[in-house]
Design a protein around this ligand. Sequence first.
Ligand code: PEP
Length: 252
Amino acid sequence: MTKRRKLAAGNWKMNGTSAELGEVSALIKAHPAPGCDILLCPPATLLSRMAGQIGDAPIAVGGQDCHAELSGAHTGDISAGMLVDAGASHVILGHSERRSDHDEHDEDVRAKARAALAAGLKVVICVGETLAEREAANTLEIIGGQLAGSIPDLVTGDTLIVAYEPVWAIGTGKVPTTDQIGEVHDFIRLKLEKRLGAGVALSVRILYGGSVKASNAAEIFAVSNVDGALVGGASLKSADFSPIIAALEASG
Ligand code: PEP
């Protein structure tokens, strides 16, 4: 069986100024030699300071979005190369808040992912159904379409990470049952195998995201094909994120 190193990823969203960088110091102190990968994705304004602060400690830094073009007249946007220059090794793409707030579609996500991979970034591609889609029993169809449309061809087991984030679970405190999570994660693995071949697909980490916290983390991490979590609100404070990391380490 392919052993995938687990990943705890924190998405700070539009939260955090220099005052919050102390949380990173606390996290470094709490996990000097983590038994899983740790990734923090702060707002772009904090990227280079956070990367500098982390230095050689085993925590990676990532962006929350990038533009599909290398450079040019795109006011307010950030290129993949700029993320790399700021110290990022990863970028989250296709988060449901980008899809809804900025009308991003699968083809936009795929173009951004191509640019990110070309710049040397690993991509965390988010997929997930709305409540209406789940209630209409369309979850797997939606996820299948998002995977097919958002993931570019040139990914490897190392450069692609998929995050399953049911839209209705993000920031709401609502969490799918472990059966529901397992069904979607198994489905994602199967789709990746069909598309990329087993060799690549079995190395891709599939994260669960949506209201993960210390109290539900162990149960979620025990589900098949859950290789870690993409955590929003509970990643902002070391005291909240650290027990989630510990639960992931303990999940083996
Ligand atoms: C997210 O933003 O990716 C997320 C999962 O948020 P939360 O953990 O706050 O639900």
